[in-house]
Design a protein around this ligand. Structure first.
Ligand code: KIV
Length: 285
C-alpha cells in the first residue's frame, strides 16, 4: 500500500516514449493489495475487463458493467503509486458514439484517478480514439483477438494465422496509431504478423499471445501466478499459487476440526482480573 506520495507515476507519454527501447513490463491488477505487490515491477497496471471472468465468474467479458470497472480501478489506483494505471472500457460503454465514449471514459478517469483507458477495436474505433485523445483522455488500443467481440468471432480465435487477414489487421494497427493511441495491445495474433506490425507503427505494441518482438508484454496476473483453472497456450505460469492456497486452506480446516487452531498465541487474555476458564463441555452420545 502507498506510504507516501512523492513518487512520480508513469504516464501515457512515458509509455509512448518507450517505442523500440527497453521492453515494457505490464500485468493486470484488480484490487489494491495485489496492485501494491505488482507495482514496483511493472511500467503499467491494467485493470482489465477480464476481471469479469477471473473474479466474478462470467463466461466472457461482455456482461461486465462500467461501475464494476470503476470500483476495481479506484482500488488499483489506491494500492499503487508508480505504475501507470489503465482501466478497460467495458463492452457497451463506448461503441455507440464518440460522445458516449467520452462521457464514460471521463467518468472512469474522474472516479478512479487512473491515467488512461483502453478500448477494443481497430479502424472502426479510430474516430473515437481521436475524439478522446483530443479531449484529454489517453487511449490504449487493443486489436487482434478482441474478447468483447467473442460472439461475432464465434469463440476466442487467434487472428492472422492466414495471410489473407494480414492487410486488415495491419490497417487496424495503423488506424489506431494515426488516431492518437499511445500504445496498442496485440492479443492472440500470429507471431510473424505481430512482429511485422511492431516494425510498421510508431507506437509501442504490447503483446499477449503475440510475439517476443513486441515492444512490451502483458499477462493476466492470476494466470501467470497459477491461480486460473485453465489457461491459454500463451500463458507461462511463473508461480503455483493455486496449489499453495489449497494446501494452506486444507491445513487450516484440519486444525479447526482438531481444535489446534486458535492456539494460545492467537487468543486474548484478560487485562486485570483472573477469571477461571469454563469447564470443558462434553457432548453426550
Ligand atoms: O482484460 C484484460 O485483461 C485485457 C488483457 C488481457 C490485455 O484486455
Amino acid at each position: 500500500m502507498p506510504t507516501h506520495n512523492n513518487t512520480r507515476r508513469m504516464t501515457a507519454p512515458d509509455i509512448r516514449a518507450r517505442k523500440g527501447g527497453d521492453p515494457i513490463v505490464s500485468l493486470t491488477a484488480y484490487h489494491a493489495h495485489t496492485a501494491g505487490l505488482v507495482d514496483p515491477h511493472v511500467d503499467f497496471l491494467l485493470v482489465g475487463d477480464s476481471l469479469g471472468m477471473v473474479m466474478h465468474g462470467f463466461e466472457s467479458t461482455v456482461p461486465v458493467p462500467l461501475d464494476l470497472m470503476i470500483m476495481h480501478g479506484s482500488a488499483v489506483v489506491r494500492g499503487s503509486r508508480r505504475a501507470l494505471v489503465i482501466v478497460d472500457l467495458p463492452f457497451g460503454s463506448y461503441e455507440e458514439s464518440p460522445n458516449v465514449a467520452f462521457r464514460n471514459a471521463a467518468r472512469v478517469m474522474k472516479e478512479t484517478g487512473c491515467g488512461a483507458v483502453k478500448l477494443e477495436g481497430g479502424a472502426h474505433m479510430a474516430p473515437t480514439i481521436e475524439y478522446l485523445t483530443r479531449r484529454g483522455i489517453p487511449v490504449m488500443a487493443h486489436i487482434g483477438l478482441t474478447p468483447q467481440a467473442v460472439n461475432v468471432m464465434g469463440g476466442f480465435r487467434t487472428q492472422g494465422r492466414e495471410k489473407k487477414d494480414w492487410e486488415r489487421l495491419e490497417q487496424d494497427a495503423k488506424a489506431v496509431s494515426d488516431a492518437g493511441a499511445f500504445a496498442v495491445v496485440l492479443e492472440g495474433m500470429a507471431e510473424l504478423l505481430a512482429a511485422r506490425i511492431t516494425k510498421q507503427i510508431p507506437i509501442p505494441t504490447i503483446g499477449i499471445g503475440a510475439s517476443v518482438d513486441c515492444d512490451g508484454q502483458i499477462l493476466v496476473l492470476e494466470d501467470m501466478l497459477g491461480l486460473s483453472p485453465r489457461v491459454p497456450k500463451f500463458v507461462k505460469e511463473f508461480g503455483q499459487l493455486g496449489e499453495a492456497i489449497e494446501n494452506a486452506v486444507r491445513a487450516y480446516a484440519d486444525e479447526v476440526k482438531n481444535r489446534k487452531f486458535p492456539a494460545r498465541e492467537h487468543v486474548y487474555g484478560m487485562k486485570k482480573e483472573k477469571v477461571t476458564a469454563p469447564a470443558k463441555t462434553t457432548t453426550k452420545g
